[in-house]
Design a protein around this ligand. Sequence first.
Ligand SMILES: [Zn+2]
Length: 77
Amino acid sequence: MKCGICKAEMEEKTVTYTEDIKEGVVIVRHVPAYVCTECGNIWYSGTIAVQLEKIVDTLASSIGTEVSIINFTKSVA
Ligand SMILES: [Zn+2]
């Protein structure tokens, strides 16, 4: 896997994904992703991106001003 920005090698890692929703924040921990060793660019594979989107969508309607911290591996399993 090569980085789309700088063409360096990307490493398989788990990262913490955060997204602002209205006044709240969703934090998803332990998300499998590829991370560029040079520029830090993060790339999620197709299925992971879809699962992340579902988690965020589910929370978007109910989050209000809260901070939600989700464990990706548990929410998908
Ligand atoms: Zn890069």
